[in-house]
Design a protein around this ligand. Sequence first.
Ligand code: FES
Length: 117
Amino acid sequence: MSGILCALADLSATGAKEVVLSEDGARISVFVVQHEGKVLGYVNSCPHARLPLNWRDDQFFDVTKQYLFCANHSARFDIQTGQCVRGPCKGQALKPYPVSVVGQNIIAAPPGDPPQA
Ligand code: FES
């Protein structure tokens, strides 16, 4: 599936944006983050208990802003790789959701397309 997920400007408040999609009749929550000049996407499902990471709208970073954060049991994830580096799912990883930046928008990258335009 490709299409506009959100505007780059939507990330300005928290550095992240959750987007709920409908794919093949199923609801899927993904989020995009901007960090060190890159825009990355992940499925919003923690590998520990398959719960959404965030308790608050568009809050996906820990207090240091150096890690993605699961609010359920405080797992921390490498922003660039999605790998859990601390918490009950250490060694597991978030599922990437490939995205690209086109103009002022973030779009879902079709399967097979490299992330980041
Ligand atoms: S559900 Fe994410 S750490 Fe438990």
